[in-house]
Ligand binder design. Sequence first.
Ligand SMILES: Nc1ncnc2c1ncn2[C@@H]1O[C@H](COP(=O)(O)OP(=O)(O)O)[C@@H](O)[C@H]1O
Ligand SMILES: O=C(O)[C@H](O)[C@@H](O)[C@H](O)[C@H](O)COP(=O)(O)O
Length: 484
Amino acid sequence: MTGAELDPLVDSEDATRGSTAKVVELLGCQIVEGAKPRDQHLTVDAVMHEFGTTRPMAREALQTLHQKGLINLQPRIGATVQALERWDLLDPDVIAWRLEVAPDSQMRSLTELREVIEPRAARLAALSRSAAVCHDLTSRARTLLALSEEPDFARQREGAPIRQRFRDVDAAFHRTLLAGSRNELFLRLSHPVVMALNHRIDRDWAGGHQEATVTSARAPVGADTVQSYPTRPEPIAMWLHMGLAYAVDQGLATASEAFAEAILAEIRGGRLQDPAVLDRLRAGLDEFNANGLPSARRDGFQDAMAALIRVRHAPVVVMGVTGCGKTTVGRYLAESLRAPFEEGDRFHPRRNVESMEHGGRLDDRSRSPWLAAIAGRMRAAGSEEGLVITCSALRRIYRELLRVARPDAFFVHLELDQDEATARVAGRQSHYMPASLVPSQFEDLEPLQEDEAGMTVDATLPVERIVAEVQTELARRTRRHPTD
Ligand SMILES: Nc1ncnc2c1ncn2[C@@H]1O[C@H](COP(=O)(O)OP(=O)(O)O)[C@@H](O)[C@H]1O
Ligand SMILES: O=C(O)[C@H](O)[C@@H](O)[C@H](O)[C@H](O)COP(=O)(O)O
């Protein structure tokens, strides 16, 4: 038997109106909005009368609100509204009611809660690095990015299923992150987190989408009936999700924490410009190996991060004796840094190349126009675009010349012994440099000195490893001197 059949006050055309859930919700909303002041007495009769429901339902409703801490129900005394601190503020219904009656303040509280737990959960997830969590996070981040780029995403009708999927995947992503922390108390907070995500998404996509996809047992108390157009998620937010997923996958605690913090800062609008947040993101990107991202997505990620942290790229000179790997490493490094690559050999005057071809070593005089041309190219390099250029730069004085053009130049010395250099040069096809000149290169070589900006790397390491080491060092320096 339904409430409507039992009680003549209930409108029989709306069978849900007098249901316990409905009464709980209406009364709950009144309490959280302050319409039922603290210590107000709530009797079963008054509830029956006000909400047109049966006595058992009124009783059950009061019992439910008692369990949620909104009212205090005492035998024979009745029910009184409790102070806010007694409410079960993490209860999904209480959150939903507070979102309905005071969305801004409830969202602020939820976001502040997320700011505390999610970066921490991300750090813990990176430290425990469960295979299932890594898999789910990365695949969900990729799905989110792909969905956000769907052409129909922001179209009222056609986009509705895409947006619904996005909403579900986003919730799953953040739940997985909390689960990944392996802290059951964090996981317990996944409901409030997901409610905050959904509320924000629904608000941003208010209008047709909301009607079409948001199902709620509740009547639209205070529902926004204004028709507006759905908006696409910010691309930077999607890239940050990608970064977070892959940072957890790489077991990078600092990076994971920084990406999670940046995702929340993005929600807070201007906070993504906060220098402290960006500093931590820079530190995170220092550890992060973008090569872990799917190759088709790497450029987009790097561009988004570069735009966000506005890195100023010092020109990088890859130096060392012939055959040490300047060209091979330089190309790869430029690609990874998204900087132009320049082959220094191409600046040699013709006579220099001819001389080397015939086994003649270069000296200070013959190298002078070549170094001047390289210096010119370095001077022309945009500070945001950067440059990777190869140049043996064997003597310190040559490097001083290049530093006059660009005091911020960073030298990467690929260190190799003579036997290995000889073997490499001898094995190299179609190159003008004969192996017979290798010893002269070692005679001229003056390794990088302590006071020179740069680093020395073992040139026998795999190329990717060399590039990763250089990237890490460059990022570390950028963080230390962001405006240099
Ligand atoms: N890290 C490396 N490990 C193994 N072989 C390398 C490495 N770097 C370069 N090589 C090989 O050594 C040879 C010389 O490299 P190259 O880039 O032409 O040096 P450079 O420009 O300094 O003369 C090439 O055959 C290249 O494939
Ligand atoms: O200063 C020099 O003597 C030359 O620049 C030399 O160092 C350079 O190595 C050759 O041009 C060969 O080119 P690779 O170094 O690319 O083999």
